[in-house]
Design a protein around this ligand. Structure first.
Ligand code: HEM
Length: 180
């Protein structure tokens, strides 16, 4: 059984998942952070503009220059992350690193005055959808495909997509498989 399923079975003992229960799901939260790191939904944020001429890491940024922040590349930077290309939610367990705009290595919602105002509702939706689908269904791939062989490349745009669309087969779980 996956770690996500195990955590849900231990922490959620009611039919509907509550906000309080979601806040206790540390592995689910780490899992979502790891997805945001490797596949940020808005890979270049929205265009920003330098209000003043300034220096950043020895680069001179002229006033009014249009700035794109490549959070996709930052999430894969070996100077910032151990084994950056490996999917490892454990890196966020026992770590204070969050995506609320204060930790510049992880900015899926941006930062500062133009940070995404939908962050609180957006993140709760992602948590609830992932928790509900994991708890209620067994996920499978067509024709017994090996999950480790899936093409995980991204397709770029304002919003990031999978290069190869994901086909999943959901099978409803027995109630006895959902509760500890
Ligand atoms: C997982 C869900 C979401 C992600 C990853 C996300 C990500 C982002 C990012 C990266 C930006 C640009 C920030 C920047 O350039 O610094 C942004 C801006 C924005 N987002 Fe979201 N967003 C999400 C959900 C939502 C939701 C649910 C809403 C509204 C209900 C929303 C409304 C907005 C608006 C209005 C802006 C423009 C803010 C501005 O330019 O001042 N977002 N979002």
């Amino acid at each position: 059984m996956s770690k996500l399923e195990k955590e849900l079975k231990n922490e959620v003992n009611t039919e509907k998942i509550t906000n309080f229960q979601l806040s206790k799901l540390t592995y689910l939260q780490a899992f979502i952070k790891e997805n945001f790191r490797l596949h940020p939904p808005v890979p270049l944020l929205l265009p920003h503009m330098a209000a003043e001429t300034c220096e950043v890491m020895n680069y001179s940024i002229p006033k009014n220059a249009k700035i794109f922040v490549n959070v996709w590349a930052m999430g894969r930077d070996a100077k910032l992350w151990d084994n950056p290309l490996s999917f490892n939610p454990e890196r966020f367990i026992d770590s204070k690193l969050d995506f609320k705009g204060q930790d510049f290595e992880l900015l899926p919602f941006g930062s500062g005055r133009r940070i995404c105002p939908g962050l609180p509702s957006g993140i709760k939706s992602v948590e609830l959808i992932l928790a509900s689908l994991t708890r209620e269904f067994d996920w499978g791939l067509p024709n017994g495909e090996d999950p480790s062989k899936l093409d995980m490349d991204d397709k770029f745009g304002i919003a990031l997509k999978r290069k190869t669309p994901l086909k999943l087969i959901f099978k409803k779980k027995q109630a006895s498989d959902q509760y500890a």
